[in-house]
Design a binder for this molecule. Structure first.
Ligand code: XMP
Length: 509
């Protein structure tokens, strides 16, 4: 296991992914973790991440310097390197100008992380501070034209610092350098697979739950389905799932999900049809955050009422993923501003006095999909694109009407059919339609029309934190537009969204 200390770098999750790609488990912890706690975690090595601070800033993040005395290999990246070197007696200087981008790395010592790496290779820099003087016992192992100490290592201890970022793809041999750290320096084994994860998770749940009952909210998405399978494998009939149909799902989604879930997950599921309740409460509500609040509150109400019928439940399971966990433990205590209030069920466990189980809390989305495959979840669930909790409510801009829902459902069904037929569904993070609160003029069979506009949104992404608009072929876009306008009553114009996130978001509301 590798421990990654989060000094606030935008690349933290990337470091974790690079480690896990090598079948080595890793965990990200904040710098406030004490050396004793690290000892208990028993890692094979530590990576100190980069970060936006300068070590001279008053509130720059710091880790207990006793970590350097644990005898464990430590790799400091950028700010992580600055921290290590200054904690061990070296000095760091402000260079006055930022070095940002590509640089040619000249390797002086082809050992440790640089074993088997060419003497000259491309690396990626992003820093304002540099090492001025190394602590005793360290020597320079690589330099660039602008940075004399681009990498340094201790002569006899496994302590290494790199000024550049080996975790980003622009450092051409960065993967190999990290592999050297994992396998040659730390002596890790390639033993972390989804098979071993599933085995451990099932055992863990059994230990935690004992003979008590567990409730899980199923949404039909991959995260809650995988959580359900894991729980079912561990505790079988002690698990009850609740599926709330909020009336904001895709066309025939609730019925289709019911069949799939029943067929493939031999699990106790209660279906609650609460559509009218949600639609009534949303009448004339146009503000997106108000919509989310209403939907979140009603969901809690409906869920709680159903959960109360399950006597003696002590646990609530959730399909929380690692990116959410990382955000809440980051060096600066998580996100500073709420862009959208995504987490609709956050308040449930406390309100219902239930203990929380989150078996996926250390996994990324693509790992959850692999786990789903390992657990034999059907392909249509494993590869399901994410669908927001508030559903179509945030894809109908302005107030929600039954007519709007009908139009959007028809458009959405046609769109997904085309995307799937063209083989794009799995390649896209999400693809969906948005009903705009606008009308435009058109002409159909010599008749003037004055109808709705829909926007098509298709994005590629790794984790929804950033996203690119998908460069779908024009022929496919043309077909999508034609079929929608010809086949869906009430639409006479289709537009394609060519914005990326940031500065836009994936959903329109
Ligand atoms: P944005 O629009 O913020 O979306 O770029 C990022 C990801 O989150 C999903 N999303 C939501 N999921 N409740 C949810 O459960 C919400 O209120 C919500 N809003 C956005 C979105 O579909 C994308 O995958």
């Amino acid at each position: 296991m590798i421990l990654i200390i989060d000094f606030g770098s935008q690349y933290n999750q990337l470091i974790a992914r690079r480690v896990r790609e090598n079948h080595v488990y890793c965990q990200i912890e904040p710098p406030t973790i004490k050396a004793n706690a690290i000892k208990r975690l028993n890692p094979d090595g530590i990576i100190l991440s980069g970060g936006p601070s300068s070590i001279y800033e008053k509130n720059s993040p710091k880790i207990d310097p006793a970590v350097f005395k644990l005898g464990l290999p430590v790799l400091g990246i950028c700010y992580g390197m600055h921290f290590m070197m200054s904690a061990l007696g070296g000095t760091v200087k402000r260079t006055g100008r930022r070095e940002y981008g590509f640089a040619e790395l000249h390797i002086k010592r082809q050992t440790g992380v640089f074993e088997g790496i060419h003497k000259k290779t491309q690396c990626w820099m992003s820093h304002g501070d540099s090492i001025q003087r190394l602590p005793n016992g360290f020597t320079i192992s690589a330099a660039t034209e602008n940075t004399a100490v681009a990498a340094a290592a201790h002569r006899s201890k496994p302590l290494i610092g790199v000024q550049f970022h080996p975790e980003v793809a622009h450092t051409l041999l960065g993967k190999k350098m990290l592999q050297n750290f994992l396998f040659s320096v730390c002596g890790c084994k390639r033993s972390w697979t989804m098979k071993s994860f599933a085995r451990d998770a099932v055992e863990d749940i059994r230990q935690t739950v004992g003979d008590k009952k567990v409730i899980l909210g199923l949404s039909g998405g991959v995260d809650s389905s995988v959580t359900a399978i894991l729980l079912h494998k561990s505790i079988q009939k002690q698990l009850t799932c609740i599926f709330v149909d909020n009336g904001l799902l895709r066309k025939r989604e609730a019925a289709k999900l019911k069949v799939t879930l029943k067929q493939h997950l031999d699990i106790n599921i209660r279906f609650v049809n609460a559509g009218s309740k949600f639609l009534k409460a949303l009448t004339k509500v146009a503000d997106p955050e108000k919509k989310r609040k209403i939907i979140g509150r009603l969901f809690m109400e409906v869920f709680e009422a159903e959960a109360k019928k399950i006597k003696g439940a002590e646990f609530l399971a959730q399909g929380t993923l690692y990116p959410d966990v990382i955000e809440s433990v980051s060096a600066f205590g998580g996100p500073t501003s709420v862009i959208k209030s995504h987490h609709n069920v956050g308040g449930l466990p406390r309100k219902m006095k239930l203990k929380l189980i989150e078996p996926l809390r250390y996994l990324f989305k693509d790992e959850v999909r692999l786990l789903g495959k390992e657990l034999r979840l059907p392909d249509n669930l494993v590869w399901r694109q994410p669908f927001p909790g508030p559903g179509l409510a945030v894809r109908i801009l302005g107030p929600i009407t039954r007519k709007g829902l009908r139009i959007l459902r028809d458009v959405d069904e046609l769109l997904l059919e085309q995307i799937k037929d063209a083989g794009y569904y799995k390649r896209l993070w999400q693809s969906f339609a948005v009903l705009l609160p606008l009308k435009s003029v058109g002409v159909m069979g010599d008749q003037r029309t004055y109808e709705n506009i829909v926007a098509i949104r298709a994005v590629t992404s790794k984790d929804a934190m950033t996203a690119d608009w998908a460069k779908l072929p024009h022929t496919l876009l043309g077909k999508i537009s034609n079929r929608i306008i010809n086949e869906v009553d009430g639409v006479n114009r289709v537009v394609y969204d060519i914005s990326s996130k940031p500065p836009s978001t994936i959903e329109w509301e």
